[in-house]
Design a protein around this ligand. Sequence first.
Ligand code: PRX
Length: 572
Amino acid sequence: MNTDKSGTNIGSYEERVKNFTWDAVSQELGFEDGVPRNIGWCCTDRVCEQGLREKTALIWESAQGEVHRYTFNEMRLYSNAFAKLLQELGVKDGERVAIYLDRVPSLYFSLLGILKLGAIAVPMFSAFGEEALQVRLANCDAVACITSPRLARKLRKARPGLPALKRVIVVDADDESKLKGDEMAYSVEDAPPVEVFPVFPATEETPSLLHYTSGTTGQPKGALHVHGSILSQYITTKWVMDLKPDDVYWCTADPGWVTGISYGVIGPWSLGATQLVLEVGFIPARWYSAIEKHRVSVWYSAPTAIRLLMREGEEIVKQYDLSSLRHLCSVGEPLNPEAVIWSEKVYGLPFHDTWWQTETGAIMITNYPGMEVRPGSMGKPFPGTTAAVLDDRFEPITEPNKPGKLALKPPWASMFREYWGNRTIYESKFKNGWYITGDRARIDEDGYYWFEGRDDDVINTGGHLVAPFEVESALLEHEAVAESAAIGTPDKVNMEVVKAYVALKSGFEPTKDLELSIMNFVRKRLSPLAMPQYIEFMDKLPKTRSGKIMRRVLRAMDRGEPIGDISTLEDE
Ligand code: PRX
């Protein structure tokens, strides 16, 4: 990996902007005629061919604290084995295969195996409840799902709504007698090694992954990505994460989320980097001890986690040797200046904010290593990316610091190619030659971008987007709920949490018990993140004449702001 005099991979940002070409990235990845553009192959076989067969690809620490290491060659063999298994089970290229697993090694091997086969991987959060799972897998007609004994129980409940799902593969099943019906146990480490698998000859336009994300209207949508996205993920990881051959890199994001794939699989492994994966979620002592034990040098996390670490204080930091850290990045929500300043004080390094979305597939705006960090700013567009802030007529605003709609000029390598089965909504995201991100931002005199907020009703809780519609639909399934609305209410740690407004059916009284029952109902059906933290009972909800619930009015009520024009409200 060539580095500049400054010691960073990116070197001079201005030079990179001036000279950027996708062809150069393609050449770095060795994409000559006849070379497969297959992400699964690039992240394993290609790295082995570069002499890194025995280099550690994955350091995995289990919930109990056991550590397993896997080399690039093992990852190559295990992903081959998954690809072969799926092929033998009749899965074809282009078919959707879901992964519904905690952060266990088989998640990574199966993901790369699905890609090697040319099938489309659909990562699901293990925290998803049966309904969240069913809505997504039914939407894409997933034909197979890879899961674990614990999660298979939830999948069984969703299965009656999933007629296309023919194969359920259960990994890490200690007791096969507990499997039900056609579920099949599989252990990649016990299976015969598969030295050669003829990978699917993907082109840059071959579909690779379907990432479900929450929008303003309707149920979550599957953002379809292609194998060519690796060009963006490779080069952004190289220049933004600044990975060098000896780094130990740790992305704390779950692969159920695009960050955990673009920067927890594709980017780092296409660069031949060693990655840490912790099976456990956020536990401050486990996180710090993992950095110390595995000598983590580059750390990619999220503002909510940083705020939680701030809350834990500085004393705990002093108990660990964190001197291996050299570069920190963050994504998912606005990174508040206090968090940047705190990290500089406590870790001796600032967090570098990165901005992007499920739809963009890779980092689009960011603070670069070696460049001044303006605390609170998202930074500057990635070389090769044209960003702008648009007015209401979708024309670029040239005046500095004037907020507008954050937009990007298509195309770029990792741009989503479709919302699965929803061309109309996909097309509605493009206006006047721009991709409209749904965020509001401003650009200062020096070209730094500042996040102003979202331009829609989507709730961002701890960096995770929640669709109000999905919560409202789940609420309506509760026996006591007649009408429902969900909004995000400000929260010190998670930025926003879900708040629900509920009108009850006659015969039900608004009691504390009912409140808890409704909260739990949503938690189980969707996920802990989608569960309303607050429920406010109302006699009826504010609606437009056409019956649409006015979340704007509820948000204003929640914040104690003027309600504004409610002349269209029914019965006013
Ligand atoms: O609103 C922005 C917020 O998260 C949205 C994208 O969420 P998602 O598709 O789940 O992808 C997250 C993985 C990158 C954005 O539209 N967001 C993301 N990063 C930032 C951010 N908001 C402010 N600052 C950021 N750095």
